[in-house]
Design a protein. Sequence first.
Length: 75
Amino acid sequence: MSTATASHGTYRRPSMLESAAAGIGTSLVSWAERRRYLPPVDLAMQRAALTRRQELGDLRQDAIGAAHSGLEPRH
């Protein structure tokens, strides 16, 4: 148990509003990343960038899900 969890006692589930705000924030970050201008480069570089963006999105969703689940973060 981390000191933050120990000092605050039991875990409080997020409200619907907090969960919705986290989802909207995640969507806004993803939207902003997609809007960034990418100068014309070769197709392989564009595919690699898209793959990295998708992996970062998956990691971000996992982190938000873990934060709202009450589980201890793994390092």
